[in-house]
Design a protein around this ligand. Structure first.
Ligand SMILES: Nc1ncnc2c1ncn2[C@@H]1O[C@H](COP(=O)(O)OP(=O)(O)OP(=O)(O)O)[C@@H](O)[C@H]1O
Length: 649
């Protein structure tokens, strides 16, 4: 007599609680399960106050994320005919092909086992050859899929990096992001590693979601042909419930991932600082301080990652329980359906007295079912990947938003309380042939008022010497002139920026050739187009007593990190050579000869004056005053004075 499966299930549960020991074991298992669920969900409020707050207020996978992701996807896949879309199409086609191959291989597997049970050697050999024939395209498709996924990730990374780089190096956004805005503390990390991780996550997620989805559709169809719709439905139902449970118990991985990336950024910046300031650190003998700081930040980073690992451990314990072992149990239950299920009599009558047919069907079904279970399981587990993608997407989108806001003049940072200048820019900037400040306040980006109002005019030929105590706002004057800092009120007249050349105290020498150091930011082509040759550059270097550098370092084409290999005075002289090359109408020399010996400093000033460049010098050296005919003096308490000097030469 055929006993219905519900009866078996009832008997199983009755047996599970029949003795005292079994009851204790069952209660223990349930308590363990609850503990794991609780641990995986808990967030340390003290350690991550921000995360625990956001966890309460934010839904992880929400419409906001979808909109952000769609916007970013549009950036990396700009058109139907783009390379990225073609690759995505190839990837989808490859995934379909792989599923079709898997179905064919499971059918052959069943036939091989049947041949073994029937001891049919010829059929066994034939099926083995079949399997071999499928193995070749299957291997090629598998490796091909991996290749396309990696290529796609690289293409996504390139597109996103180009898109953000363009916005970053546009106008003065790169300056404003690190100096005026406090929202993105480590732009270097954001524009390098975060983009790479986002691109990897996106390309992997596509295949991790599409492949299982395809598998589910195709395998369920095949399985329902073989064992009715009940089998695949039970498996999918199990995973559906598991998915809901996992969704409920999962910690906010996306927020934790974003926090991890921020910590990585801080650690990376510390190392960059050590590279940039190795000499200063060495002179100050600051190695112990640096090591302490590195260890402290690394400690914080490691502790965060450990915390995430623990969270992931509890999560993956739940995953394993539900998605792996739980699913195997359910799968066996489904595989037993043809023999033990309600309709088993029909199946048993059909196979008659050929037990090998049961083996064949079992192998075929189990192979399909295992693949189906894997597919649904992958979709459920990919929830974690979706969370990581949400984390990276929020970082990239935040950078994109901040870049847009900075480009339109909006920036956010801690302001001095109640500063009247914290609202908006109301000043006027006019292009003319002179430098003129009219009722302009000098205000730092955080609203600190340095000078209430300043007015002066520097016409061509009015060489002006600017003096004043440290931090009184001398350089800030030019930050406002160059539109690096906001102009809150008043009017500024300025020549076009290509007629003003600013040289700071610490010159910037980018990695490149010696020629590029002199003509920066021009290219060699621009230099030649202006009719300037290497011989002219050599003359500048001779005048600045830098011809030795040219000879010893192997000529203008020599590429080096000039910051590390030139002395402080040599670096400042290279910066002066830029003024000789560009010959601007106005040169702002901001303490830029402080490391140059006095004798050559005088020659430099006289030569620049002779070339008709109007000099605006910020310096604490009174010896330079004689090369100027006007003086702008700050008293350090908000007062200033602009007047003519009589003793100029
Ligand atoms: N990016 C910035 N954000 C906020 N405040 C700033 C920023 N840069 C400079 N400041 C502040 O603005 C004030 C004026 O700085 P500025 O560089 O103009 O001084 P300075 O007169 O040129 O001094 P020094 O003679 O030392 O070069 C200082 O108090 C400084 O701390």
């Amino acid at each position: 007599m055929n006993i219905p499966i519900d009866y078996h299930v009832f008997r199983f549960f009755k047996a599970a609680i029949s003795s005292k020991q079994r009851k204790i074991a069952l209660i223990g298992t349930l308590c363990g399960l609850l503990w794991i669920i609780r641990r995986s969900q808990q967030i340390d409020n003290k350690r991550f106050p921000e995360i625990s707050r956001s966890k309460k207020s934010k839904r992880v996978l929400n419409i906001d994320f979808i909109i952000k992701l769609c916007h970013l996807i549009h950036v990396v896949i700009p058109a139907w005919r783009s390379q990225e879309f073609i690759n995505l199409f190839c990837l989808t086609a490859g995934l379909v092909l792989r599923t079709i191959l898997s179905i064919s291989i499971s059918t052959i597997n069943g036939s091989i086992v049947k041949a073994i049970v029937n001891q049919d050697f010829l059929l066994f050999l034939k099926r083995l050859v079949h399997l071999g024939m499928f193995a070749i395209p299957a291997s090629m498709v598998n490796s091909g899929l991996e290749y396309i996924i990696r290529k796609l990730s690289l293409q996504f990374r390139q597109r996103m990096a180009l898109y953000l780089n363009e916005k970053y190096i546009k106008g003065l956004v790169y300056y404003q992001m690190s100096n005026l805005d406090s929202r993105i503390p480590n732009p270097d990390q954001r524009f390098t590693q975060d983009i790479e991780k986002w691109a990897n996550c996106l390309s992997n997620l596509y295949s991790n979601l599409t492949k299982p989805l395809l598998d589910i559709v195709l395998l369920s169809r095949k399985l329902s042909e073989l064992m009715g719709y009940k089998g695949p439905l039970v498996i999918i139902g199990w995973y559906f419930i598991s998915g809901i449970i996992i969704r409920f118990i999962s910690p906010p991985i996306s927020l934790l991932t974003a926090q991890e990336q921020r910590n990585e950024g801080i650690y990376r910046t510390l190392h960059t600082d050590i590279v940039d300031h190795s000499e200063e650190i060495a002179f100050y003998q600051g190695k112990e301080w640096e090591l302490r700081r590195l260890s402290q930040i690394l400690g914080g980073l490691v502790s965060h990652i450990k915390y995430m690992l623990a969270k992931r451990y509890f999560m993956s314990a739940c995953d394993n329980m539900l998605v792996k072992y739980g699913a195997v149990m359910v799968a066996y239950g489904v595989l037993g359906l043809p023999v033990f299920g309600n309709n088993s009599s029909g199946y048993l009558a059909k196979i008659g007295d050929d037990p090998s047919a049961i083996t064949r069907d079992f192998i075929k079904n189990s192979s399909l079912l295992i693949n189906l279970a894997k597919a649904v399981g992958r979709m459920v587990v990919s929830y974690k990947e979706i969370q990581s993608l949400i984390g990276y997407t929020s970082l990239i989108q935040e950078a994109d938003d901040v870049l847009d806001e900075l480009a339109s003049g909006e920036y956010k940072r801690e302001m001095i309380l109640d500063s009247e200048f914290s609202n908006s820019e109301r000043g006027r900037l006019i292009i003319s042939d002179k430098i003129k400040f009219e009722d302009v306040p000098i205000v730092s980006p955080n609203g600190d008022l340095l000078i209430k109002s300043i007015s002066f005019t520097i016409n061509p030929g009015m060489n002006t010497f600017i003096q004043g105590p440290n931090g009184c706002g001398k350089t800030s004057l030019f930050r406002i002139l160059g539109q690096l800092w906001p102009l809150f009120s008043g009017t500024i007249e300025t020549p076009p920026m290509n007629q003003i050349f600013y040289i700071p105290q610490r010159p910037y020498l980018p990695y490149g050739s010696l020629r590029e150091q002199i003509i920066y930011p021009h290219t060699k082509e621009q230099m030649l187009a202006q009719g300037i040759t290497d011989e002219n550059l050599e003359e500048f270097l001779k005048f600045l007593k830098l011809d030795e550098v040219l000879e010893k370092r192997g000529g203008f084409e020599q590429i080096e990190d000039w910051n590390d290999t030139l002395s402080g005075g040599q670096k400042q002289r290279i910066a002066i050579s830029r003024v000789l090359y560009h010959l601007p109408k106005f040169a702002i020399l901001d303490d830029c000869t402080s490391a140059i010996s006095m004798d050559i400093e005088g020659d430099i000033y006289q030569t620049l004056k002779n070339k008709g460049i109007t000099l605006i010098t910020v310096s604490h050296r009174d010896s330079l005053m004689k090369y100027h005919n006007y003086i702008l003096k700050f008293d350090g308490e908000g007062g200033w004075n602009f007047y003519k000097i009589l003793n100029d030469i």
